[in-house]
Design a protein around this ligand. Structure first.
Ligand code: FAD
Length: 296
């Protein structure tokens, strides 16, 4: 879509596969609420250690059957042979999912380091190359504005992103961040390193501040001191939702002013904040039956 000032914006939403009937209802409510915003695609995560393999596939199937949306299935290298991983990707394609988010995955809970399966892919670049060779052609990979916690240096992390794009990915989605300076610096460094594929910011609307801090600690995203203070004050006044809406809309708007044309929202299957933020950015709901993939 194009807003009143002529800036273009497309969006995508990430969901996780539900584990319970109540979770399935919540996922479905999220899809129903966000589908009218005509995202380019929605993506479904793949649980640590491959634990949600069947659930991811089932969620992809349900979304494709019930909503007119393009779907990206996440796929990791964890706990599976190369053949099993590629079979899963082929399964996504048979269901009608046209995109893949190719990842290495985190070590299973309790394990300190990622250990590849003896016959498995060792990293996301290897997985991406094999997916391309198997005919998958719309592949996104992960990028880290504050750098991946295991990377030897920022330069090594950028080399790794380049390897993944050279292996055949067509875009990257970032880990979430709250200070746009991290994203903008990363985007500049990537451009200097010769990376010209789109790097889409991954944005996490803050539904629950304490929970968000646990996520952030786990993935190396920093939380600015100013947010700590603002949420402590807002909590006392029962204003956290209002604050979250304002902070997220402002963060996205500032990114658009820096030329960002696609924003990927981590919804955690909570649709209301992403919905409100998109509306604040000028994304209009489309009539039912309008084609997915960004509205004019
Ligand atoms: P890689 O790109 O393979 O990199 C992993 C680390 O190894 C990096 O530090 C990299 O610099 C280093 N490295 C890789 N190759 C080399 C090499 N040849 N030489 C030296 N160093 C190397 N996790 C899930 O389990 N399920 C999901 O659905 C999921 N979705 C995600 C979606 C997004 C958008 C993002 C940003 C992350 C997601 N994750 C998910 C988390 C991700 O799996 C972890 O961050 C994981 O630790 C790294 O995955 P990667 O694909 O970035 O790995």
């Amino acid at each position: 879509m194009t807003d009143k000032t002529g800036r273009r914006l497309s969006i995508s939403f990430e969901f996780f596969p539900p584990a319970t009937p109540e979770g399935a209802m919540r996922l479905w409510r999220s899809v129903e609420r966000l589908a009218p915003l005509a995202p380019d695609y929605v993506s479904v995560t793949y649980g640590a250690g491959g634990t949600t393999r069947d659930r991811t596939r089932n969620a992809i199937k349900a979304i494709l059957e019930r909503a007119r949306l393009q779907v990206a299935g996440h796929l990791t290298c964890v706990g599976a042979t190369r053949a099993e991983t590629l079979a899963e990707a082929d399964g996504y394609r048979r269901l009608g999912a046209r995109r893949i988010v190719a990842l290495r995955g985190d070590p299973p809970r309790g394990a300190e380091r990622f250990e590849p399966h003896p016959d498995g892919f060792r990293n996301a670049a290897e997985l991406t190359r094999a997916l391309r060779e198997a005919g998958h052609d719309r592949i996104s990979v992960a990028a880290y504005p504050e750098f991946h916690p295991e990377s030897a240096s920022p330069a090594a992390d950028l080399d790794n992103l380049k390897r993944k794009l050279d292996a055949g990915a067509d875009s990257a989605i970032t880990q979430f961040f709250f200070d746009n300076a991290h994203f903008l610096r990363f985007r500049d460094l990537a451009a200097k390193a010769g990376i010209d594929a789109p790097i889409h910011p991954g944005i996490l609307p803050i539904e629950n501040f304490a929970k968000m801090k646990r996520f952030a600690a786990g993935c190396g995203a920093s939380v600015p001191e100013s947010l700590e203070t603002a949420y402590a004050n807002a909590d006392e006044q029962g204003m956290t939702e209002t604050l979250s809406r304002a902070i997220c809309a402002e963060q996205c708007d500032a990114l658009r002013s820096e030329g960002v044309e696609h924003i990927h929202f981590y919804t955690l299957n909570n649709p209301d904040l992403p919905y409100d933020v998109c509306r604040a950015l000028g994304v209009e709901p489309q009539p039912l039956g309008a084609a997915a993939g960004g509205a004019a």
